[in-house]
Design a protein around this ligand. Structure first.
Ligand code: 6LW
Length: 505
């Protein structure tokens, strides 16, 4: 199944082009097709991979790391550990993906002939140190791996062997911290080294340098940073971690991450770091980045909206659709649609969502206002519906025989905020997220999370309405965003369907 996140059609397109927790985008072009990957941290499967024919509409076609042999996340992998910042390239008729597993295996390289998979088992790179690895080939066939810092080493991408000591290429702009996310490109007569700097928060920026050779010396662009929203009240903040690509008409564009803080200034962002698209011009051999906005004129090339995926999943397929993600691992013993077609069965592992080893199947919250519902049968266990940022920050409704409870975990506080008895049999659990628009009051949170159950006639019985700021990155920290999903914390629990829809539908 292809999962799409579709910007508006018509004369304008919506940014982000891939909303929700989809950070550190890396993009490549193969003829008329584009592919894009993102970081996935503690979630399994990892590295979501998207396809587009127009750079605007993206459909998820899989997860590059979907086998335990490719993605080993220890059960105590911290939230925001795991898989960092991939680079995706098309070279020599193959797709190449390089990532860092910061929770164990370090830098890893994968290949595929079809980006939808299967991807190879990893080639390890023990001689490559540093996160955010990039791959670039020069005309002599040398493969250069450049990492955060910004250092570079020559590698054999087939074996993982490294040659010579790593060399420092550039330390970024004076006074800026964290030069990272390097991407090296041959464009015209120059090699360009694109980096992020300033850290992934409000000072995040994109800078560039160029050289006549892939190994330097690099000359920084006098206009650096070429993109930043630091020190502004622009609705899109934390802009950085970019990758360059040519559109179907050969114009240049950049994909990058940004966040959309809501509520009172300076705001809280709840969907994590999202993927945006912005035009790029070239002036005197340097890229000049156009305006990044949430609504921009539709490009002139033909648009290809993908098939819209239904809001509701009835779990009729034997494999889960690629947007479903779990925590650290997922085995058929604890998560299956095969026990009975049309039903997802989860077998409990951990005792609560506070545990790192817990049975959870969720999808990224991709809209500022949305609604998620599921029909749960908890006759043989305990489980429910949750919106989570990490182990210390989640709200959930938990069903057990004859009762539902709403729990709020906010850092050290862990409270049952509401409970209610329920008649025997399955019950519909519901979570509604409503963005708050009054931004002039600094005390206003970004959204409200309302949690409850549905009566058999569909009436929503609200049990708790919670301030969404506590499930924001500004409060919780980390690199991820909200994920909404189903869980089991005792026995086995069955889910008949799950329905997620944006509030405006
Ligand atoms: C990533 C680094 C960054 O490795 O955040 O925003 C880190 N940039 O480049 C984790 O996503």
């Amino acid at each position: 199944m292809r999962v799409s996140s579709i910007p508006e059609k018509g004369n304008t397109i919506n940014n982000p082009v891939i909303p929700g927790f989809h950070p550190d985008p890396s993009v490549c072009r193969a003829g008329g097709d584009y592919y894009l990957v993102c970081s996935s941290f503690e979630y399994f499967p990892g590295v979501p991979i998207f396809h587009s024919r127009d750079l605007v509409h993206w459909a998820q076609i899989g997860n590059a790391l979907d086998r335990p042999s490719q993605l080993r996340l220890p059960l105590d992998t911290p939230s925001s550990g795991g898989i960092y910042a991939p680079t995706l390239r098309h070279h020599d008729g193959r797709f190449w993906l390089i990532v860092t597993n910061v929770s164990g295996d370090g830098n890893l390289l994968f290949t595929a002939t079809d980006p939808a998979g299967p991807w190879s088992d990893p080639v390890r790179l023990p001689g490559v140190h540093g996160i955010d690895p990039d791959l670039a080939w020069d005309d002599d066939g040398n493969c250069w791996c450049t990492t955060a810092g910004v250092g570079q080493i020559r590698i054999d991408p087939h074996t993982g062997e490294t040659f010579g000591p790593p060399r420092r290429l550039w330390s970024g702009s004076p006074g800026a911290k964290a030069p990272e996310a390097p991407h090296l490109y041959r464009i015209g007569d120059y090699w360009y080294l694109l980096i992020a700097e300033g850290g992934t928060e409000r000072c995040h920026s994109v800078s560039i340098a160029r050289s006549r050779t892939p190994t330097g010396p690099f000359e920084p662009c006098p206009a650096n940073p070429i993109l930043t929203h630091r020190g502004t009240d622009h609705p899109i903040q934390n802009t950085g971690h970019a990758d360059l690509v040519q559109a179907p008409d050969d114009s240049w564009w950049m994909v990058l991450l940004g966040v959309r803080p809501g509520g009172g200034t300076p705001g809280w962002h709840v969907l994590g770091r999202e993927t945006f698209l912005v035009p790029v011009d070239w002036v005197d051999g340097w890229p000049v980045v156009g305006e990044l906005s949430s609504s921009m004129p539709a490009p002139s090339w033909p648009l290809h909206p993908p098939v819209v995926v239904p809001d509701r999943d009835d779990f009729e397929l034997s494999e889960l659709a690629p947007h479903w993600i779990s925590l650290r691992h997922r085995t058929p013993e604890v998560c299956t649609t095969k026990e009975r077609p049309g039903r997802l069965t989860l077998q409990a592992r951990g005792g609560s969502l506070d545990d790192t080893d817990v049975t959870f199947v969720g999808r990224r919250q991709q809209h500022l206002s949305c609604r998620a519902r599921t029909l749960i049968d908890a006759a043989d266990g305990r489980g429910g519906l949750a919106v989570r940022l990490d182990e210390q920050h989640h709200y959930e409704i938990e069903a057990s025989p004859g009762e539902v409870r709403v729990r709020a975990r906010i850092g050290p506080s862990n409270t049952v905020v509401a409970s209610r008895s329920t008649p025997p049999g399955p019950v519909v659990l519901r979570i509604e997220v409503a963005a708050v628009h009054a931004v002039n009051d600094a005390r206003t949170g970004p959204d409200t999370v309302t949690i409850g159950i549905e009566e058999p006639d569909g009436t929503f019985v609200e049990l708790a309405s919670l301030d969404g700021r506590y499930l924001s990155t500004e409060v919780a920290g980390g690199f991820t965003g909200r994920v909404i999903g189903m869980f089991a914390v005792a026995g086995s629990v069955h889910f008949d369907w799950f329905d997620y829809r944006p509030a405006d539908r």
